[in-house]
Design a protein around this ligand. Structure first.
Ligand code: UDP
Length: 434
């Protein structure tokens, strides 16, 4: 019989609270926010543990009904790049143990997000006998394969990932590509891996009429608009999109505009976001500066207007563990052209809700863009198909139901577990007192 569970969610660098404006918020923050809220709607209680990255952050935030965000002190109470956090993980774990003792919380299960929190989850499973579930969001081997020397992950990441894969009960893969990485690259046991496709908030991301959307965001044009939303990183390869627009400007008379949404700050700043500087230079070299609009980072609750202001959305990363932005654009009723990598190959239905193109190929992208922008009826049909697809197959409510079913299959009788935690607490290692 299903019971109401108490879950400890670990996400050392990606807090749901950061969605309200911090610099480094991406898909993992969204996942943690949506999955915890939707688990709570099903009657479970979730505490999200994240690293305190500002002295002003309160220790505990009542984030949503049934969800608390707990800011654990580990290292300096200031923003640190995630690649600097690995040495702080034992301290992060100990801060969790202290919190658990003080708060009297008794968890039924731990769920790690990303490799470092995965280490914490596996360690707690070993110490406390708590069942542990892990989702990586991105794998070190894939990153190394694509980024080579530019990969700034700490040494040892891949070995730690292997240990986590051995040390937890179940692994959630966000798409079949990630499942293959776990099994083929890391030797995970097939039965340990459960694919639960990630999703989009279909109430937040909803279609707006194009003209109204453009009015709302102050984009004064009747020209076709191509929109990109996402972090401004080399691997997202927005340069590929700028080059494709350059080709269309050179070889066609399509009067299109390119709307680029994202960056580390709300003002598009080439110093604070060096990739914006690279893109500006590239646009100037291609003679299309007047066609490209940078908006800087935008908040999730305004993004539906940005997606809806576009006629088509594009994302052509070199690789993508899952990729939430294609789903967001689809939920806004816009066709998406995306590179045929990672999760994108499962979210875009090629030829129905948009197109898959090879990565790093501006010509292939330009051809598809031309096709979509010159065939309005097909474009609108694709946008409608995109919205139906996400309503049918990509909701967070479904992700939470599947995740809860996975938890239930692992949850152990509470009496035995409580005894073990109590026994551990009674020992109270000196370093954990206080
Ligand atoms: N995002 C945002 N504001 C921006 C740009 C991006 O809120 O200005 C959000 C975007 O809506 C999406 C997330 O950041 O929910 C990016 O997630 P995705 O999985 O696409 O890529 P990641 O950043 O995790 O690599």
């Amino acid at each position: 019989m299903s019971q109401s569970l108490r879950i400890a969610f670990f996400s050392e660098h990606a807090s749901p609270v950061a969605l309200l404006g911090s610099e480094d918020a991406g898909g993992q923050n969204v996942y943690v926010d949506e999955v915890s809220r939707n688990l709570a709607r099903l009657g479970h209680r979730v505490d999200v543990f994240t690293r305190r990255d500002s002295a002003a952050a309160p220790p505990v935030v009542d984030w949503a009904p049934g969800v608390r965000v707990v800011n654990l002190t580990a290292g300096p109470t200031e923003f640190l790049l995630k690649d600097k956090l690995w040495p702080l993980m034992p301290e992060f774990r100990d801060a969790f143990l202290r919190f658990m003792l003080r708060d009297g919380a008794r968890y039924d299960l731990v769920h790690g997000n990303f490799w470092m929190s995965g280490w914490v989850a596996a360690d707690l499973r070993r110490r406390l006998g708590l069942p542990a579930v892990q989702i990586f969001h991105a794998m070190g081997m894939t990153k190394r394969r694509h980024q080579g020397a530019a990969d700034t992950s700490p040494d040892g990441r891949i070995e730690v990932e292997k240990g986590v894969i051995q040390g937890v009960d179940k692994l959630i893969a966000q798409c079949p590509t990630e499942a293959s990485e776990l099994i083929d690259d890391y030797g995970a046991e097939r039965e340990k891996v459960v694919v639960i496709l990630s999703a989009v908030n279909i109430e937040r991301y909803r279609p707006l009429p194009r003209d109204e959307a453009r009015r709302r965001i102050g984009l004064d044009t009747d020209d076709p608009v191509v929109v990109y939303v996402g972090r401004m990183l080399p691997r997202k390869d927005v340069r590929n999109l700028v080059r494709a627009v350059g080709l269309l400007a050179q070889y066609t008379d399509l009067p299109l505009k390119l709307l680029l949404v994202g960056g580390d700050t709300v003002e598009p700043d080439p110093v604070k976001t060096p990739e914006i500087g690279v893109l500006q230079t590239l646009a100037a070299e291609l003679g299309i500066t007047d066609r490209v609009v940078f908006t800087g980072k935008r908040q999730p609750d305004e993004l539906h207007a940005y997606y809806s202001a576009g006629d088509v959305a594009v994302t052509t990363p070199w690789y993508e563990p899952f990729g939430l932005t294609p789903l967001e654009a689809m939920a806004c009723g816009r066709p998406v052209i995306g590179s045929a990598v990672g999760g994108i190959t499962f979210t875009i239905h090629d030829g129905v809700t948009g197109y898959l193109v090879p990565p790093q190929n501006p010509r292939a992208l330009a051809e598809r863009l031309h096709q979509v922008l010159t065939q309005p009826e097909q474009r609108e049909a694709m946008g409608r198909a995109a919205r139906s697809r996400v309503e049918r197959e990509f909701t967070w409510a479904t992700v939470a139901e599947r995740t809860a079913a996975l938890y239930q299959s692992l949850a152990r009788p509470r009496t035995r577990r409580t005894a073990r935690v109590a026994a551990w607490a009674a020992q109270r290692p000196a370093g954990l007192a206080g």
